[in-house]
Write a protein that binds this ligand. Structure first.
Ligand code: ATP
Ligand code: MG
Length: 553
């Protein structure tokens, strides 16, 4: 929307008006990740919505670890989640919470529901419960539904005390066995599970179900708007039922938005973990991963990710966004912010036969023509340079205007040169290209104004440094690798990483720091690897190519 408002904001605007549900209140949202993996680009959408909405209204957004599930949760993930959110530029101040800290209160509300006759202990096994859940024509059943309140109270307390085996009993909300919404057919709200919890240890052997726990977490924290993805839409009546039937003052409102999907990748922590465990990628921060730490390592900026989400907008219809659009947003940001440099990825020697041996010149070039404030640097030039292998063809193909015997090109910011031949080894591979330079063309402009069709980049072989270059491609070969009836692992792109050692980069990059970003002229945008690159051993990840396959409408 033009004013930056989406349908959620329109709802909030109404509620803030005099007489509205939130009149006179501060908008309060929360971001509730489950700490069982690293955040990905889909979570970033939710983050932008949760934190962004709070920011828009001068409200607050809490960060809450949704750790009610005792399995696979880990402090490593908690720290990583915090780091990623900070990196995106959001701040929860002192409002960092763990849902598991509310277990005692949740238990209390469960007791309240039992006492009100709104919950009962059910002894159906999971299989029996499934059998008796009914269908659209037939209501569900439970022979335990009408057991006396005292009996349920006693059993529930004994469930907590650990008297019963896992799966033996559940606590169910007593709502409507005939409801057209199956989530309302007396949903299970507590189950017995002896798995230890990452923070509570073995204190609890019963755990609340998400649909019961989440509204309570929100209400305890005074959340006004519980913004979540679309799959929770059919759970909203249950969310409302919980907050309406327990004695808690705050009655948050759940509003759902569409989940983000992106082509040629998967966005599910379980699947991402599987890629790591099966050895297809190096870890959560592998630059091919759609995780925030992976994107960061690849060279993505917070601004590019925010722009991506802003432009995609927020709607009620799930959509699949072209990966190329994410790249487009990065390219746009890096075009403004990344310093330019010259790097030769597949080098071949260029010898300027008429350039005096031992002579060196320096050229002053702009660091970023898009941003004059970025200043200038000098690049050295001498008789032997490196150029890209593909910038020379002994026998030029049709419409090839770069170096071939007899042809002239411009060496970027330096001189016009004319190719006069090449050296080859026994196998016929070109080992050096020979040329002569036009002394009168210093800076790259011919004195007589003649037209030079091509400009190529180069580095000075006397001063350049070696670098490792990592070229990344899509992780999957198909747009939707995780459609219901496919196995996403069948579509892994075997060529998603190409490592090139012995690339040559200009001397000014010698003290490149991890995570520094550059546009390598004619080659692409690169980011010094934040783990493996150190001055003395530079490693650059290709963040995105220069060529744009995406055209916005
Ligand atoms: P995953 O399937 O990747 O494990 P999840 O929904 O289980 O995702 P949570 O940690 O529970 O992961 O998610 C935290 C918040 O992020 C939730 O509010 C969820 O709705 C939201 N979210 C997760 N994935 C996406 C997505 N692809 N698009 C938009 N929001 C998402
Ligand atoms: Mg989840």
């Amino acid at each position: 929307m033009a004013d930056g408002k989406n349908f959620i904001h329109e709802i909030i605007d109404e509620e803030l008006k005099e007489g509205g549900r939130c009149y006179g209140q501060k908008v309060h949202t929360r971001f509730p990740p489950e700490p069982n993996g690293y955040l990905h680009i889909g979570h970033a959408k939710a983050l932008e919505i949760d934190f962004g909405t709070a920011e828009l209204y001068g409200g607050l957004c809490n960060l809450r670890m949704d750790d009610t599930n005792p399995t696979k949760e880990d402090e490593e993930f908690v720290d990583a989640i915090k780091e990623d959110i900070k990196w995106l530029g959001h701040d929860w101040d002192d409002r960092f919470f763990y849902a598991s800290d509310y277990f005692e209160q949740m238990y209390g509300y469960a007791i309240e529901l039992i006492e009100k006759g709104l919950a009962y202990v059910c002894e159906l096994t999971p299989e029996q419960m499934k059998e008796m859940r009914g269908d659209t024509q037939t209501p569900a059943q439970s022979p335990y539904r009408d057991r006396p309140v005292e009996e349920s109270l006693d059993l529930f307390k004994r469930m907590r005390a650990g008297e019963f085996e896992d799966g033996k009993m559940t606590l169910r909300a007593k709502i409507d066995l005939a409801s057209g919404n199956f989530n309302m057919r007396d949903p299970v709200i507590y189950r017995i599970n002896r798995l230890p919890h990452h923070r509570q240890g073995t204190k609890w052997v019963i755990y609340p179900m998400y649909d019961f726990a989440h509204p309570i977490e929100d209400a305890i924290e005074g959340i006004t708007h519980s913004l979540c993805s679309l799959e929770f839409e059919a759970h909203r009546p249950l969310y409302n039922w919980v907050v309406e039937n327990i004695s808690i003052e705050c009655k948050p409102r759940q509003i759902e938005f569409a989940r983000l999907g992106i082509t040629n990748t998967v966005l599910s922590k379980r699947k991402l973990r599987n890629l790591i465990e099966s050895g297809y990628v190096d870890g959560w921060d592998d630059p091919r991963m759609p995780t925030l730490c992976g994107l960061r390592r690849r060279g993505y900026t917070p601004a590019a990710i925010r722009a991506f989400h802003e432009r995609n907008g927020v709607s009620k219809v799930n959509s699949l966004v072209d990966y190329a659009f994410l790249e487009y947003c990065l390219r746009e940001d890096l075009n403004k912010t990344a310093k330019r440099a010259m790097a030769v990825i597949h080098p071949v020697k260029l010898i300027i036969d008429n350039y005096p041996e031992g002579m060196t010149e320096e050229f002053t070039v702009e660091n970023n023509p898009e941003n004059p404030d970025d200043g200038v640097r000098t690049v050295s030039f001498s008789r032997e340079l490196w150029i890209e292998t593909e910038d020379f063809m002994e026998e030029p193909a049709k419409k090839y205007f770069r170096l071939f015997p007899g042809n002239e090109v411009r060496l970027k910011s330096a001189y016009i040169i004319k190719c006069i031949g090449c050296d080859k080894d026994e196998a016929g591979n070109v080992t050096a290209v020979h040329c002569e330079y036009d002394k009168e063309s210093r800076g790259g402009n011919p004195a007589d104004g003649r037209k030079i069709k091509s400009t190529i980049h180069w580095v000075d072989s006397a001063t350049c440094i070696d670098a490792e270059i990592r070229l990344y491609d899509k992780l999957f070969t198909t747009e939707q690798p995780d459609l219901a009836d496919c196995n996403y692992l069948d579509f892994i792109n075997p060529d998603s990483l190409e490592i090139i050692t012995g690339a040559k980069v200009e001397a000014s990059l010698a003290d490149t720091q991890p995570a520094d970003r550059f546009q390598f002229l004619r080659v692409g945008y690169f980011c010094a690897d934040n783990k493996d690159s150190v001055p003395g051993h530079l490693v650059f990840n290709r963040a995105v190519s220069l060529k744009d396959s995406y055209r916005p409408e």
